[in-house]
Design a protein. Structure first.
Length: 261
């Protein structure tokens, strides 16, 4: 397009490379950082530096990127990543960096009030979107194995991803349309229905017996005088002493409606 500046000019205008010691953290920054700075530092070392730090042009006071500044300091001090000593004073945060120890900074010409508003906006949850759990899990598992260190440091370890999948499934079930009308008065719902007789068909106790051969099974049945569930092929239960009729360990499917007729 005519009049469009070259890409190099755009890149130079977007950010500049500055050493860490010229950047000033905002003492009023509402976001507190802790152990996650170590995880962020390891992530930067494993990949590369991403978004530039945003700072006020006239003061170099940080607007967005306090966590990245702390992570950068850890890296320059030396950090262990996946069992290997990385970083140090000669570390370059990007292969295109003009030298070691400098980071990309976006300088913006704004007032103190505008700078504070930008800091608040950077942390405001209401200005952020929501994650699609399925898409997030797909991206996290596309190029990395479960519990890969890179994903674990980001909070996307196996347990976290499994929880996301479960939450997504629960949300689908919760939003699924239902048919019919929910029953709230259960007594009225049963009015006029035949009496329900719930007999106790459960066993007094149960044990699991393991056999190493068909012969052992046959000998066990001979000694106990029992048959496996009345001789039903493939069944794995029996009663002792042997029961007459068709008594089995009962569940709800064993209950029946009865009337006086």
């Amino acid at each position: 397009m005519k009049g469009t500046p070259p890409a190099r000019a755009l890149n130079e205008a977007a950010a500049v490379w500055l050493p860490l010691d010229v950047l000033r953290p905002n003492p009023r920054n509402p976001r507190a950082h802790g152990a996650e700075v170590n995880r962020l530092a390891r992530t930067i070392v494993r990949t590369t530096w991403g978004a530039p730090i945003i700072a006020q042009a006239g003061t170099h006071r940080i607007i967005g990127g306090h966590g990245r500044l702390e992570a950068a300091r850890l890296i320059l001090a030396g950090i262990e990543v996946d069992g290997i000593a990385r970083g140090g004073p000669e570390h370059r945060f990007d292969r295109d960096a003009p030298g070691p120890g400098v980071v990309p900074v976006r300088l913006v010409d704004v007032s103190d009030a505008e700078a504070d508003a930008m800091t608040l906006a950077d942390n405001a949850r209401t200005l952020q979107g929501t994650d699609d759990a399925a898409a997030l899990v797909a991206m996290a598992t596309l190029a990395f194995e479960r519990d890969a260190p890179t994903m674990t440091d980001m909070g996307y370890g196996a347990a976290e991803l499994d929880a996301l999948v479960k939450a997504a499934g629960d949300a689908v079930l919760a939003s699924a349309p239902t048919t019919g009308k929910a029953v709230t008065d259960h007594d009225a719902e049963w009015e006029g229905m035949p009496e329900f007789e719930s007999q106790d068909k459960t066993s007094h106790a149960s044990i699991v017996v393991h056999f190493d051969s068909d012969e052992a099974v046959a000998e066990f049945l001979r000694v106990t005088g029992g048959t496996v569930a009345g001789g039903v092929a493939g069944s794995k239960t029996m009663w002792f002493p042997p029961q007459t009729g068709e008594r089995t360990v009962g569940r709800f499917s064993d209950r029946e409606y009865v009337t006086d007729e």
